[in-house]
Design a protein around this ligand. Structure first.
Ligand SMILES: Cc1cc2nc3c(=O)[nH]c(=O)nc-3n(C[C@H](O)[C@H](O)[C@H](O)COP(=O)(O)OP(=O)(O)OC[C@H]3O[C@@H](n4cnc5c(N)ncnc54)[C@H](O)[C@@H]3O)c2cc1C
Length: 429
């Protein structure tokens, strides 16, 4: 086994596992906290993927610019990139084992390895959980619709991703959406009615209360013994946290997420967790959900805290009072809600579709241009953590003028990253 250590007796090592929303925000948070003490703390980030994937866009038809090269963000920050997969975490020895058997030592570890959707075996089963899977899904759609033919698709899962996929696929296919136990289970009755109406107007047939028992060639068998034809099956039943969470000796929830404390500490000394790999309290009563909305600020705070502790300072608590959801319902409609009951509708129809575009193509992206000062702020303008600030933001978003300003002001950074994505992909191939 090859062993490599970055150790020096005076330099503390922060290792971040994962290059998604939580991981990149952790890197920015750590570097911003370290400030001028850069010679005392070194930050490294491990990810098998050289890209930061803007996952909320993966249901979209055009995936151009969906991957931001990690080098564009991490190099200006001075974060060391390790393109590798972590196979094991040894919390006693404070080291991680990489896929080639080598090890990296850490003083502080931020686990931000995200989540994964398990797919059932079966012909024609696709999903939009990773970039590669989303590309395969799009290729399958393109092949099926050749000659302008509309094909039959079944979407399995009536949550956020299932709804967004069904609405998008309705452009090319006759779509049946299977939702068990119900459509949009996380939404309140008013919002759910709007979702039902939008899906209805797109021609999506919703069947609630049924599950898939078997996937065969060209059809699926439902739990009520009905067969329906399906040339394409899009799976969207909800992911589980990275299996790496099982390597930390700490309690996990039913999704495999580490139950972190108010500072995002994950049970073992020097270990922090954020994003889809963590379950954190966002306020007195609610826990975080798997979303980049929570992954970003959690990552930022976990990185800040890892750096603070490495410098002998106190960590700061994580809190995130404002919770918004912005759902795409095809290209022309959307739904923006506020609060965990997801029933206070701030915008719908075309206006919400514009907000969604502003979010997916602008707000979730890092600043373009490899500007270190701008990169240091990644995650900083995230939803405010204080209840008062959240109330002000909520109130402001009720104003049509403010929403229009947000939608109009967000630069389309996806286009700015399209060239960088293409160049990096070509260099890798
Ligand atoms: C189609 C779709 C639509 C979505 N829509 C929304 C939305 O509208 N709003 C919203 O807030 N959220 C949305 N989400 C969810 C959101 O994208 C995730 O919650 C978010 O990406 C989680 O961030 P993360 O950093 O925890 O994980 P990820 O972004 O998944 O990043 C995980 C990182 O860990 C790396 N990694 C994995 N395993 C290892 C390993 N063993 N070793 C090293 N690195 C590893 C991966 O390569 C990756 O870089 C959507 C997701 C999907 C799929």
């Amino acid at each position: 086994m090859r062993t490599e250590r970055t150790s020096s007796s005076t330099t503390a090592r922060i290792l971040i596992v994962g290059g998604g929303f939580a991981g990149v925000n952790a890197a920015a948070g750590a570097i911003a906290t370290i400030g001028s003490a850069g010679d005392r703390v070194a930050v490294g980030l491990i990810s098998p993927d050289p890209f930061w994937v803007m996952k909320p866009r993966l249901y979209e038809r055009d995936l151009t610019g969906v991957r931001v090269p990690l080098a564009e963000v991490l190099d200006p920050l001075g974060v060391t990139r390790h393109q590798a997969s972590v196979r094991a975490i040894d919390t006693d020895q404070r080291q991680v084992v990489l896929d080639d058997g080598s090890t990296l030592a850490y003083d502080q570890l931020v686990l931000a390895a995200g989540s994964r959707l398990a797919l059932p075996d079966g012909p024609g089963v696709h999903c939009a959980d990773s970039y590669e899977q989303a590309v395969e899904l799009r290729s399958a759609v393109d092949a099926l619709r050749s000659g302008g033919r509309r094909f039959r698709a079944v979407v399995v899962g009536g949550g956020f991703t299932g709804i967004e996929l069904a609405a998008e696929l309705a452009h090319d296919a006759e779509v049946t959406l299977l939702a068990a136990p119900t459509l949009a289970p996380g939404y309140g009755p008013r919002a759910r009615k709007l979702i039902e109406e939008s899906l209805g107007s797109l021609g999506v047939a919703v069947r609630a209360g049924v599950r898939v028992s078997e996937v065969a060639d060209g059809a699926v068998l439902l739990s009520d013994n009905d067969w329906i034809s399906a040339e394409l099956v899009a799976w969207a039943t909800g992911p589980r946290a990275s299996e790496l969470t099982a390597q930390i000796p700490a309690a996990r929830d039913s999704l495999g997420r580490l139950l972190v404390d108010g500072y995002l500490r994950a049970g073992a000394p020097g270990v922090w967790a954020a994003g889809d790999s963590a379950c954190a309290k966002v306020d007195a009563t609610h826990s975080s959900v798997m979303s980049c909305q929570h992954a970003g600020p959690q990552g930022r705070r976990a990185g800040e805290n890892a750096a603070a502790v490495a410098l002998g300072r106190k960590p700061r608590a994580y809190r995130q009072a404002l919770y918004l959801t912005c759902l795409a319902l095809g290209e022309r409609e959307g739904l923006l809600t506020c609060g965990f009951e997801r029933n206070t509708v701030l915008a719908s129809g075309q206006e919400a579709a514009q907000m969604k575009r502003a979010i997916n193509h602008g707000l979730i992206y890092p600043p373009a241009g490899q500007d270190r000062q701008a990169m240091l702020k990644i995650g900083k303008q995230a939803p405010p953590g204080r209840p008062l600030a959240a109330a002000i933001a909520r109130g402001a978003l009720r104003s049509r003028r403010v929403r229009a300003k947000v939608a109009g002001a967000a630069p389309e950074r996806s286009a700015a990253y399209a060239t960088a994505e293409r160049d990096a992909a070509e260099a890798l191939s």
